[in-house]
Ligand binder design. Structure first.
Ligand SMILES: Cc1cc2nc3c(=O)[nH]c(=O)nc-3n(C[C@H](O)[C@H](O)[C@H](O)COP(=O)(O)OP(=O)(O)OC[C@H]3O[C@@H](n4cnc5c(N)ncnc54)[C@H](O)[C@@H]3O)c2cc1C
Length: 546
C-alpha cells in the first residue's frame, strides 16, 4: 500500500497542547500551518492542569525570587539562561493569554479586584494564576477556539505522527515533516513542511501509575531520538505526591494547591508525618513529599496515606476546588469533610529532546517545545506550575525563530518517498502489544520508580533490551496500529530513562538511588545521550548539549 503526499505546509506542528496551539497560532500570522494531533484537539496534559501557571505578578514578587526558586528546585542542573528567559518573558505571555480571553480567578472581596495568586511547594511567593482548579481546561478552551477560527491553521485531529521525514545528505540531518497515520483509515501519509515542531508532551504512560492522560506516550521524544537528536536528563521524572487512591480511579490528581491552602498529609492512624521529613512540611518540594509518602508506605505497609483539608471551611473547599471535590465524591470521598486516600504517581518528564533558547533541536529544521523538550529550565527537578509557563514561552520563541528562518530561506521540501509497508500484514495478535505494555509499565514502576538501585536498574535494563528486540522484530512485520506505534515509543522512553538513570552515580533532584544516596560534585552535569549504531542510547561526553 503506497500513499501519496497528503499535505504540504510551511510549518508542521505535532501536538495540540498548550505549546502546540500557541506555536501554531503565532506561526499562522506569517504562513500556512498544519496542526496534527493524535486524538481530539483538547486531549492533552495541558487540559488536565489544575493548579495553575507560575508568573511574577504580585507587587511584592520579583523576577529574581522566581529565578532563585526555580534554580533551587533544579538542584544545580538548571541552565540559567533558560530560567531567565522563562521567568522574565512569562508575564507577557500570560497577559497575551488574558487578552485572548483566558479568565483567571480574581480576589472577589477586594475593592479593586486583583488576580488571586495561589502558592505551591518550593515557591517563596504567591504567584500561581489559576482558574479555580481547572486552569488547563480554561486555557485549552480559549486557545482551541482561536485555533479553530484561524484561517491559516489546518487542524488535523485523530492523526498520529509515526516517524520524522529526514534528509541525511548534509553534515547534520534536516527534518522536512513527518509520516502520519490516519487512525480512521490506517493509512500513513507524508506531511511535508519547511519546519517541524514536536509539541507532543510527556511520557507518564511509561509508568504503571500516572496522572497523565493516555496520549502521554513519549511519541515525539522517541521519534526525535530515532532520528538522531540529542536527548537529556531522562532520569529526572517527577512523581506527583497526591493522586487519588481508588481501584477504579485512573490516577486522578489532587492538586498541590490543596497543600498550598493548608491541606495536611496524615498516616492512616491520623498522625501528621511531613514535619519529620522537611522544615517546609507539606509545602516541601514535590520530590521530598513523594519520597516521604513512599517511605511511610513501604516502611509500614500502608496502601496509601491521607490528604486532609477538612479543618478548612467546607463551603470554601467546595467553591475553591469544585472539580477535585466533585471527582472525589464520585469515588465516595467528601474532600470538604474527610481525609482522602492518596498515593504518588508519575507526573512530569523533566528531561527530553535537547533544545537551545530558540527551541531548536540538534536536527536541522526540527524544533521541540513544551514537556517533550529539555530546555534546561527544570534541571534535576521542576518547580510546580513552571511547565505551563515554559510551554508558552518556548512555543512563542520557536514560532519567532521559525518565522524568521522561513522568511530568510524559501527552499521547498525535496521529494521524499511514500511510507513503504513492504510485506507487512494485519496483526492478529493484539495480546502481544498489551502484554508488553503491562510488562514495561510494571517493571518501570517497581525498578525505576521513586527510589532506585544499581541492581534494580540492571534488572530493568535486561528486560527492556529483550523487549526492544521483540518489539523491533514484530513492528516491521505487521501494519502499524496506534497501539503498536505507542508501544514502540514507550519502550524507547523506558530505555532512555534506564540509560540516563544508570549513568548518574549520585542522588540529585528527582533521581534517588540507594547506592549513591548523596549528590556528588563530580556528577553535577546533564546526562546527554544519542542513539548509537546498535540502536541503544550512548552517553555523550560531559559538556555536550546541542
Ligand atoms: C493532571 C495534570 C495536572 C497538571 N497540572 C499542572 C499545573 O497546574 N501547572 C503546570 O504548570 N503544569 C501542570 N501539569 C503539567 C503540564 O500540564 C504539562 O507539562 C503541559 O501541559 C505540557 O504541555 P505540552 O503542550 O507540552 O503537551 P500536552 O499538553 O501534553 O500536549 C501534547 C499533545 O501532543 C499530542 N500528541 C502526542 N503524540 C502525538 C503524535 N505521535 N502525533 C500527533 N499528536 C501527538 C497529544 O495528543 C496532545 O495533543 C499537569 C499535568 C497533568 C497531567
Amino acid at each position: 500500500m503506497h500513499a501519496s503526499v497528503a499535505l504540504q505546509s510551511d510549518v508542521l506542528v505535532i501536538g495540540s497542547g498548550l505549546a502546540g496551539m500557541l506555536c501554531a497560532l503565532r506561526c499562522a500570522e506569517h504562513g500556512r500551518v498544519a496542526l496534527v494531533t493524535k486524538d481530539r484537539l483538547p486531549e492533552s496534559s495541558s487540559a488536565y492542569a489544575q493548579g495553575g501557571i507560575a508568573s511574577v505578578w504580585g507587587a511584592d514578587d520579583t523576577f529574581e525570587s522566581h529565578i532563585d526558586d526555580t534554580l533551587t528546585a533544579g538542584a544545580g542542573l538548571c541552565r540559567r539562561d533558560a530560567v531567565e528567559a522563562v521567568v522574565r518573558e512569562g508575564p507577557d505571555r500570560v497577559r497575551e493569554l488574558i487578552a485572548l480571553g483566558v479568565h483567571f480567578d480574581l480576589n472577589a472581596d477586594s475593592e479593586h479586584p486583583t488576580y488571586d495568586l495561589g502558592r505551591e511547594g518550593g515557591h517563596s511567593h504567591r504567584r500561581i494564576l489559576h482558574a479555580l482548579d481547572q486552569t488547563g481546561s480554561e486555557m485549552v478552551r480559549v486557545l482551541g477556539e482561536a485555533v479553530r477560527a484561524a484561517p491559516d491553521v489546518q487542524l488535523i485531529e485523530n492523526h498520529l505522527a509515526v516517524e520524522l521525514i529526514l534528509d541525511r545528505r548534509g553534515s547534520t540531518p534536516a527534518c522536512w515533516g513527518a509520516y502520519v497515520l490516519d487512525k480512521a483509515t490506517g493509512r500513513i501519509h507524508r506531511f511535508l513542511a519547511r519546519a517541524t515542531i514536536l509539541c507532543t508532551g510527556g511520557s507518564g504512560k511509561v509508568y504503571l501509575y500516572t496522572s497523565n492522560p493516555d496520549v502521554a506516550t513519549g511519541d515525539g521524544l522517541a521519534m526525535a531520538y530515532r532520528a538522531g537528536a540529542r536527548v537529556a536528563n531522562m532520569e529526572f521524572f517527577q512523581f506527583h505526591p497526591t493522586c487519588l487512591y481508588h481501584p477504579q480511579a485512573k490516577s486522578f490528581l489532587l492538586t498541590e494547591a490543596l497543600r498550598g491552602e493548608g491541606a495536611l498529609l496524615r498516616r492512616p492512624d491520623g498522625e501528621r508525618f511531613m514535619p519529620r521529613y522537611h522544615p517546609l512540611a507539606e509545602l516541601a518540594p514535590r520530590d521530598v513529599v513523594a519520597r516521604a509518602i513512599d517511605s511511610e508506605m513501604k516502611e509500614h505497609g500502608f496502601d496509601s496515606v491521607y490528604l486532609d483539608i477538612s479543618h478548612r471551611d467546607a463551603a470554601w473547599v467546595r467553591t475553591r476546588f469544585p472539580s477535585v471535590h466533585r471527582h472525589c465524591l464520585e469515588y465516595g470521598f467528601d474532600l470538604a469533610t474527610q481525609p482522602v486516600p492518596v498515593v504518588p504517581a508519575a507526573h512530569y518528564q523533566c528531561g527530553g529532546i535537547v533544545t537551545d533558547l530558540q527551541a531548536r533541536t540538534s536536527i536541522g529544521r526540527l524544533y521541540a517545545a513544551g514537556e517533550v523538550a529539555c530546555t534546561g529550565l527544570h534541571g534535576a527537578n521542576r518547580l510546580a506550575s513552571n511547565s505551563l509557563l515554559e510551554a508558552l514561552v518556548f512555543g512563542q520563541r520557536a514560532a519567532t525563530h521559525m518565522i524568521d528562518s522561513l522568511q530568510a530561506d524559501r527552499t521547498p521540501p525535496p521529494p521524499h518517498p511514500p511510507w513503504d509497508t513492504g510485506a507487512a500484514t494485519t496483526s492478529t495478535e493484539s495480546v502481544v502489544v498489551s502484554q508488553d505494555w503491562d510488562e514495561i509499565r510494571r517493571f518501570m514502576w517497581n525498578y525505576v520508580g521513586i527510589v532506585r538501585s544499581n541492581q534494580r536498574l540492571e534488572r530493568a535494563r535486561k528486560r527492556i533490551t529483550l523487549l526492544q528486540d521483540e518489539i523491533h522484530g514484530y513492528y516491521w512485520n505487521v501494519l502499524p496500529s496506534s497501539d503498536l506505534i505507542e508501544l514502540r515509543n514507550i519502550a524507547t522512553v523506558a530505555e532512555l530513562i534506564i540509560a540516563c538513570a544508570s549513568h548518574r552515580r549520585e542522588s540529585r533532584g528527582l533521581h534517588t538511588t540507594i547506592d549513591y544516596p548523596e549528590p556528588r560534585a563530580s556528577e553535577q552535569h546533564d546526562t546527554v545521550v544519542q542513539r548509537g549504531s546498535s540502536r541503544a542510547p550512548i552517553p555523550l561526553p560531559t559538556g555536550s548539549w546541542r
